[in-house]
Design a binder for this molecule. Sequence first.
Ligand code: PLP
Length: 406
Amino acid sequence: MSAQLAHDTGTVTEGRWRPRFGDAMMRTLATPKLMLARGEGCRVWDVDGNEYLDFLAGIAVNSLGHAHPVLVEAVSSQVSTLAHVSNYFSTPPQLELAERLRTITGAGEQGRILFGNSGAEANEAAFKLARLNKGPHGKRTRVLALNNAFHGRTMGSLALTGKPPMREAFEPLPGGVEHIDSTIHALEAAIDDRVAALFVEPIKGEAGVLDLPDGFLQRARELTEQHGALLIIDEIQTGIGRTGRWFAYQHADILPDAITVAKGIAGGVPIGALITFGRASELFTQGQHGSTFGGNPLATAAGNAVIGEIERADLIGNARRRGEELRALLRSYDSPLIGDVRGAGLLIGVGLTDGEAHRLSDAALTEGLIINAPNESSIRLAPPLIVGDAELAEFREKFGRALAAL
Ligand SMILES: *Cc1c(COP(=O)(O)O)cnc(C)c1O
């Protein structure tokens, strides 16, 4: 087995897998820095056996870390019982996850869930929901979204994404979407009775973990309600405990009309969902949307296991406490490189005073620490929600050495 592995992958130092990657994989992907073989808790190992502390968690996906026994047991037993059945049938884990999501979102008995397989798909469904909010005489044709927000790479979700460099090669995109600045003033100026929906990423993860201005979500709630527009919040990166509440909108004490979730909900098993609240739950009618894999028993069993463990082990409380500790730790480095510290809970952005984020994340990797540079001036941290004292102490050492190495 190990001889086979060595033959297939090459070692990291030899990097024999790199040219193979360059040949076989679509050019959308840059050649990765490592080839990883396994993980456990907050750690992963590469094919040469080198160990890394994982403070990215597959971009806020591995909520329970790697190979968590609760997730392993749930997925193993579900796959050996019933993995998939199509939407001609329901299954116990599917309905259980839908009902759990109704509860933890606060959508309650008027909440409805549409399952898919990824974040982009969840936003596609949300975009279709927005189109259904036509209003009297079909006057609601505008959709508002925020500059610099990320909503995914499919045509619809890309139309919502406020990053022109990602969009330009693929135009024309689905129409009607207008991007505005993330300020209360810009929102007040843009909104009117022709707006079907406002899409909001409550903390802009891909843009470097950028917070919204204070009061933005509350004002967005008031204005959308006043104009009959749906408030749709993209909780794909921020949801499922990551920010120290189940969902980021709960910090603002509002209820939206819909949210989208994906990433952290099933701990690494692909899943996405659109969740509607109140009257927005009445918009879709039979036959208007669907997905072969969406809501299958394997993915939903994984979702139930993750949510159950987050509740059992109070990982939301842990996200809040460890987030505070990590923020304090980041501010304690005596380095001119560290600027502002952003985000909430265990979704943390560090602004760098120098455009050195990629060099810093490379230096961290050399120290055995995985962090992420979403752009040249930001570092993103999103460790598993199970992170504890030992991991924070190790992070302090390794990140400190990486800073010193620049
Ligand atoms: C990752 C992400 C998406 C896209 O999710 P995929 O599963 O990659 O399609 C959409 N919105 C936000 C906020 C994200 O972080």
